[in-house]
Write a protein that binds this ligand. Structure first.
Ligand SMILES: [Zn+2]
Length: 258
């Protein structure tokens, strides 16, 4: 299955993937003519890095009329939907299954806001980049094989998107297409462990004592009971239950039912 015609569904598909979307006025009618069949996504960086980068993508530059891509991905992970029609972003190049030197009529361009030296991607932006590509590829019936860096496609010396290793990027995109979460890296697991340890203190034998104190008689009956001498060798839970029971009896004596 492949999608033919303009991707007028872009905003809906991205939102359905849980992404934040800003729809620019007139996006459905913006573009340099209509798409033929859609075959993939081409990934770029803006080489600017600021909150106004989208203006060049929408309006173009002196040597190239806008729009220059269908989507802009902000540093906080928000997608701006700029155009549904064909945009000038691919230039000359090739990729298996794509028409050589003619990708603009067959692929959706995403311009991700970045200085372009590979050092300023935010985690929110990278996560949204993968989820967005996955949502689009799923919609057009393609796999992560058709999620391509401009530098991989181009024969004009492009370097974008700098700092993103495409094989692992595609693995994560495919995992999203398959409906799986991207697996946590060892570094992420370690980060969580360090956070928990800093927050709770190291886990020690005290935890067992606390649990037994809270569980009360049930723990005693399986031989893990350890009461407090100052509570008549009751656990905290059992001592509290005893206090409540005494209060209830007192209440009944003072206000007997008629
Ligand atoms: Zn590019």
């Amino acid at each position: 299955m492949s999608w033919s015609g303009d991707p007028v569904w872009l905003a809906d598909v991205l939102r359905a993937a849980g992404l934040r979307v800003i729809e620019h006025d007139g996006w459905r009618d913006r573009g340099h003519g209509d798409f033929r069949d859609l075959r993939g996504v081409l990934c770029h960086h803006t080489a600017g890095g600021g909150s106004q980068d989208w203006r060049i993508v929408q309006y173009g530059r002196p040597d190239l009329e806008g729009p220059l891509a269908q989507l802009v991905l902000e540093r906080d992970g928000t997608f701006r939907v700029i155009a549904a029609g064909v945009c000038w972003h691919a230039g000359r190049g090739s990729w298996p299954g794509w028409p050589t030197d003619n990708a603009n009529y067959h692929v959706i361009g995403i311009e991700a806001v970045s200085r372009g030296d590979g050092s300023d991607w935010t985690p929110a932006q990278l996560d949204a980049y993968k989820r967005g590509c996955a949502a689009i590829l799923a919609r057009i019936g393609r796999t992560a094989e058709d999620c391509v860096a401009h530098r991989e496609y181009s024969r004009e010396g492009k370097i974008d998107p700098a700092g993103i290793e495409m094989d692992s990027f595609r693995r994560d995109v495919q995992a999203f297409i398959d409906g799986e979460e991207a697996p946590m890296s060892a570094a992420e697991v370690n980060q969580i462990r360090e956070f928990v340890t800093a927050f709770c203190g190291p886990i020690s034998a005290d935890v067992k004592d606390i649990r037994e104190q809270l569980c009360g008689e049930a723990q005693r009956d399986i031989g893990q009971y350890g009461g407090w001498p100052q509570l008549g060798n009751h656990t905290v839970v059992d001592a509290l239950a005893d206090v409540i029971a005494r209060l209830e009896r007192l209440e009944k004596r003072e206000h007997p039912l008629p």
